[in-house]
Design a protein around this ligand. Sequence first.
Ligand code: GUN
Length: 303
Amino acid sequence: MSPKIIDGKAAAARVLAEVKSQVQAMETEGITPALAVVLVGQDPASQVYVRNKVLRAEECGIRSLEHKLPAETDESALLALIAQLNADRDVHGILVQLPLPGHIDETRVLQAIDPLKDVDGFHAENVGGLSQGRDVLTPCTPAGCLRLLHDTCGDLAGLHAVVIGRSNIVGKPMAALLLKAHCTVTVVHSRSANLKELCRQADIVVAAVGRPRLVDADWLKPGAVVIDVGINRISEGERSRLVGDVDFDSALPTVSAITPVPGGVGPMTIAFLMKNTLTAARLQQPASVTFAEHPEAACPSIS
Ligand code: GUN
């Protein structure tokens, strides 16, 4: 059978359509989900990410509030803004774009966000909840990867997943989500011995290391499903282009399914940010719906 190229744009469009119709349903109750996006400084990549997040929010009917602060903003001013957003009942999600300038303590800032408004899932309460297997606001990129895996493989129970990379944003939450989906999970990283051999045992490979085209056919078991989280800009002569952590052309004949870069995981990250904003808005209503009462709000949905 020829390998499947997993279409992240189409999968993201389905998630966004679900979100849009659920936002419309909330509107009938007089609630408009709102997302505050905070950007400190002028990092060009962060500016592009923030612009895309705001555009997607508008497309789904989610109100977006942009807070652009100068690079020299001090930590206390940023914490004051977060306190104000936490107290604002019309703001349901708060996202502080990372990385922050070096003089600001990232952990202190992320911990200041109300866990119920933490649409990135980076607050220790949500990180802890995820590691306990509870339904909490979950980091968007791994949640998007899990949805792609369910769309591709159905039930993941018993499959061996190798996650390459141990970052707080992708590697660690990805491993927790795969465990929750009953996979056998191995996390490998730059200091692992026998990286390639471990990877070659995997039914599922999630590559999130930020090393252009590190993984080639030699690292993959025939029929493996590969999710490539890497977005690396490489120069080729006068031009530059984006490549993943996986050498797509080399891997394609070996795998049963693989995400391309771009057009694979990237669109899912923003789609799940919108889904998390909707979930956060639900969780903050006075009658406080819970994940148990609203299983479709649980992150990530595997339906
Ligand atoms: N910078 C790169 N990825 C992310 C992300 O998922 N969330 C935030 N807040 N910043 C990022």
